[in-house]
Design a protein around this ligand. Structure first.
Ligand SMILES: Nc1ncnc2c1ncn2[C@@H]1O[C@H](COP(=O)(O)OP(=O)(O)OP(=O)(O)O)[C@@H](O)[C@H]1O
Ligand SMILES: [Mg+2]
Length: 263
């Protein structure tokens, strides 16, 4: 279970560029929940992920994962059990290394291998072939090609496999299909659903696609100005359409503007 309690993050405090990106933000996500997150540019979505992953420390509040307080845990330690994908398919893989080497690296890093010279076994290699087969694009027969020669979609699918080859406690997807063509995006989205649902992985996914936000997962959050302004459960999602969601979003923004002018 992920528990975020009253976290705040302000960039450039005390300067003209001061920006409160997360404002007393709280959220509890149950094990196996697949939560989609929407919100306009600058709403604080990526800052939320950066806070959870430990890119920086939050100014206040606590973050707990499976009852462990990780608020001050360094990023490299959190990355062992928190998987993350970004919009840019180039992030998350090493271009000059082969598919086999990239998978091995991800596998050894996230696993319980603590010895300095841990190696992958033949059985592990078979596992790599099996997971690659899921992609249905022949990559299992191209394990020795450098990852830099793959297309964006192939590379993002590999990154997804790398992030989940040892199922993480939490998977953070930050617009991970946004840079792909529609066909590749659809493929990655169905692979995401398959992997997350099969492993019961607790997952947060940021998207700008409202339709995809509603049709994916069992909960949808809408963020604005560092806060959650809508929290839809599975039933709410079923009864919600994109137009109504858009209207709710606009209403919430208007409310905020009224609040702002009243200050
Ligand atoms: N490292 C940083 N340094 C300074 N300001 C930052 C930093 N990261 C984010 N911000 C600011 O915090 C606010 C929230 O940014 P964030 O990236 O979380 O938005 P977002 O909801 O992910 O938006 P988008 O949909 O455009 O990705 C923005 O005003 C942004 O400029
Ligand atoms: Mg962002």
């Amino acid at each position: 279970m992920l528990r975020i309690e009253h976290i705040s993050k302000t960039f450039h405090p005390g300067t003209v560029n001061e920006k409160k990106a997360l404002d007393d933000f709280s959220l509890t996500v149950n094990d196996g929940d697949f939560v989609t997150i929407i919100g306009s540019n600058g709403a604080g979505k990526s800052t939320l992920f950066n806070s959870i992953a430990g890119n920086f420390l939050v100014d206040s509040g606590r973050i707990l994962l499976d009852d462990e307080n990780i608020t001050f845990t360094p990023e490299y330690k959190r990355s062992k059990y928190i998987g993350r994908l970004f919009q840019d398919p180039l992030r998350g893989t090493a271009p000059h290394m082969t598919i086999r080497e990239n998978l091995a690296l991800a596998y050894l890093r996230a696993g319980k291998h603590t010895k300095m010279f841990s190696r992958v076994s033949r059985k592990d290699e078979e596992k790599f072939r099996d997971v690659l087969k899921q992609l249905d694009n022949g990559l299992e027969d191209r394990m020795d090609v450098p990852v830099g020669t793959l297309s964006g979609g192939q590379r993002q699918s590999l990154t997804l496999l790398m992030a989940t080859i040892v199922p993480p406690k939490l998977l953070l997807l930050d617009e991970h299909t946004a840079a792909l063509d529609p066909q590749a995006a659809e493929k990655i989205m169905s692979l995401t659903n398959q992997i997350v649902l099969e492993n019961h992985t607790t997952c947060l996914m940021i998207t700008h696609n409202m339709k995809s936000a509603l049709s994916t997962g069992n909960r949808t959050l809408m963020m604005n100005q560092g806060k959650i302004i809508q929290d839809l459960n599975a039933d709410d999602k079923k009864n919600m359409d994109v137009d109504t969601l858009m209207h709710r979003f606009k209403d919430a923004l208007n409310d905020d503007r009224i609040l702002l002018t009243q200050d």
